[in-house]
Ligand binder design. Structure first.
Ligand code: PMP
Length: 339
């Protein structure tokens, strides 16, 4: 095959088909095969490139996006980054609304890509000033004046988000494990990953065990165990996860096990992944690996457990890998970061 035939179709062709990495330390500790899907290797360095691509392509197919059109989204940052990259490659602009509590690296990345970034104070979802509501209003207002129209991506209510994982992440995991996957576990931001992957895997293998690893302060633990979307106590440093309500994406999702995994449990895993595996990842990836370790203990030795390595630690150097930030939050500073 010629080099040209091998060439991917630009950034769009570089999204997905990520490697599945064996985590040797977690595997050795549990006697299971613990495998992480390397989503930080996507062009936008996160798992959200996949839904960003699918939401845009499906909107194009439905005639909701015209050349030069504007895409508006509320996001903790990663979906915005995926949207900005795909939008640039397809000839659209982006306006991204984020709470001002998210890492400066994500904001800088978005601005570097030419996205217009609107940062708003962090508020509970019940407050009309919360970023997701602000994004919706901005999209509605701009629809009146934008000549090529506005797409509100609306990832929490957009089933094209979950479909991206049903049609790509799930099948890749199935193929990469040769069907040997016994368990899958991850955290929920919108639930697109958990919903899409779990639905696909269960269709291939009814007995696969699905788990939800929830950060403190989120409502998915209670939602999946009792049906009531009630938040647990406390909070988490993990960005991009922690859903507080039922949505169209999660309402028909079910799991076999759900746990709230406190920061104190996954922060050592975050640093262990750096020191023993050479993987510099974000906090949600560490929480997922901590969840995979719990699931491995639950299922017992000899099982194959897959989780998601959602994004890169480069995205959080000013926080998770900054001794001052860590001390301020009461976390141990790893020896190599001591100043
Ligand atoms: N980890 C990070 C860092 C994220 O940004 C997100 C998405 N917001 C997730 C995990 C969760 O993905 P999902 O929206 O598919 O639940």
């Amino acid at each position: 095959m010629s080099a040209v035939n091998e060439a991917k179709s630009g950034v769009l062709g570089a999204i997905g088909n990520t490697p599945l990495l064996r985590l040797k330390h977690a595997s050795a500790e549990t006697g299971c095969e613990i495998l992480g899907k390397a989503e930080f290797l996507n062009p936008g360095m996160s798992v959200k490139d996949r839904p960003a691509l699918n939401m845009i392509l499906e909107a194009e197919r439905r005639g909701q996006l015209k050349p030069g059109g504007l895409i508006v989204e509320g996001t903790a940052g990663n979906t915005g980054i995926g949207l900005a990259l795909v939008a640039n490659a397809r000839g659209y602009r982006t306006r991204i609304v984020m709470p001002n509590t998210q890492s400066q690296e994500k904001v800088a990345f978005l601005k570097a890509c030419g996205a217009e970034v609107v940062q708003v104070p962090a508020k509970p979802f019940s407050d009309p000033q919360q970023y997701q509501h602000v994004a919706r209003r901005i999209a509605e207002e701009l629809a009146e004046e934008e000549p090529a129209g506005v797409l509100f991506a609306d990832q929490w209510n957009n089933l094209d988000n979950r479909a991206a994982h049903y049609s790509t992440t799930g099948p890749e995991i199935w193929e990469q494990t040769g069907g040997a996957v016994d368990g899958f576990i991850c955290a929920v931001g919108t639930g697109g990953t958990l919903g899409g992957v779990s639905t696909y895997l269960r269709q291939q293998k009814a007995g696969v065990t699905i788990g939800c690893a929830d950060p403190a302060g989120a409502a998915m633990y209670h939602f999946f165990t009792s049906g009531e979307a009630k938040a647990t106590e406390g909070g988490s440093v993990a960005e991009g996860i922690g859903l507080g309500r039922s949505t169209v994406i999660v309402e028909d999702v079910s799991v076999d096990v759900a746990w709230t995994i406190p920061d104190a449990e996954f922060m050592p895993v975050l640093f262990d992944l750096v020191a023993r595996e050479g993987l510099l990842l974000g906090a949600s990836a560490a929480l997922n690996v901590a969840g995979a370790i719990r699931l491995a203990r639950e299922l017992g030795p000899g099982h194959t457990i897959v989780t998601i390595l959602c994004d890169s630690g480069a995205r959080y150097q000013s926080k998770l890998f900054n001794p001052e930030f860590l001390r301020g939050k009461g976390f141990d500073v790893p020896s190599w970061l001591e100043d």
